[in-house]
Design a protein around this ligand. Sequence first.
Ligand code: AMP
Length: 393
Amino acid sequence: MDFQTIENYDFTGKRALVRVDFNVPLKDGVVGDDTRVRAALPTIKMLLDKGASIVLMSHLGRPKGERKMEYSLAPVAAHLGKLLGREVKMAPDCVGEEVEAMAKGLKPGEILVLENVRFYGEETKNVAEFSQKLAKLGDVYVNDAFGSAHRAHSSTTGVTEYLPSLAGLLMEKELNELGKLMENPGHPFVVLLGGAKVSDKIGVMENLIGKADYILVGGGMAFPFLKSHGLEIGTSLCDEDLEVPKRIEEKAAGTSTKLMLPVDVVAATEFAENAPHDVYDVEHIPADRMGLDIGPKTVAAYKEVLATAKTIFWNGPMGVFEKKPFDKGTREIAQAVADAEARSVVGGGDSVAALNQAGLADKITHVSTGGGASMEFVEGKQLPGVVGLCQAK
Ligand code: AMP
């Protein structure tokens, strides 16, 4: 990957148009978890130190091309102002004459946040005229929105046609960490995959077969595998074509990658917090029970493998970790990943939330800010946002 970064660029007197990922949860007009805003601070601070003025752009939620003010970025601009301890201006729109005048009027050290780029349907369609309008707001473009790099949108890709384009510090760090994981992993390389659906993870599994030494499967996605072995899985989640897990297991069988499945599960009477539950070996799941977490024998087996790892990649919870006590397997596995003397990379909202809840995030080598983008990277796909940076003049 050959792209320029902001470190060696002279920003003196320049307006930097920066794509950040400020897609944060809002409640009653107040920012909830501000991890994504904080993640953009190193780039913003470096640009300020380098004498730039800054125009920040982002999407928030899915307003679907309409000006829906519950998706306004104004509360995020206010929050950023507090974090930086300086004034942050808010634009009434993300394109147009008034915004152009505001952007032109910025002095070095001043920051303007544009309104949600997804108030325009052209953004997600990557319409050239819209990209050009955005490009008018800066002298140079910086992409720091790794979490949106798997989308070919105007603000992530289109603008790179019209401005010199650079990677921000967060983008650079994400690409370096994920690049190291895929190009030169220390062995044993252990991949831990959970979450609801196999279909979301097939690409990753297929790309990692032959590269990883172990793929440990947990969460709802284990059940199609177990069912394809002829096991009864009760009322556990399984709405998949069983050919898919079969194909993955056959592919793994011809390689040095060992695919491991749960040997026991915590199965409950219903999908609810504190629902009556017991531990069952996977051969004995009752017809009226659903598996909501991996069981203690599985946790022990996965822990043993994780303890030997030199590289770990984890995406997806091991169970329904939002509902107690079905969070136990995920929490124990999170602890094992944190304890391992391995380069560990964790991506995906739920696995990251589990780490944060357990206060373990700082024990992980790299916590990715982009669930979807990190998965597509690990799938071996080219991320349009990164391709845009590589092809930019
Ligand atoms: P994903 O977005 O694919 O990583 O899936 C995350 C979701 O998978 C979480 O909301 C979990 O509650 C859910 N999940 C994990 N394990 C199970 C399970 N055994 N049955 C149903 N849902 C599950």
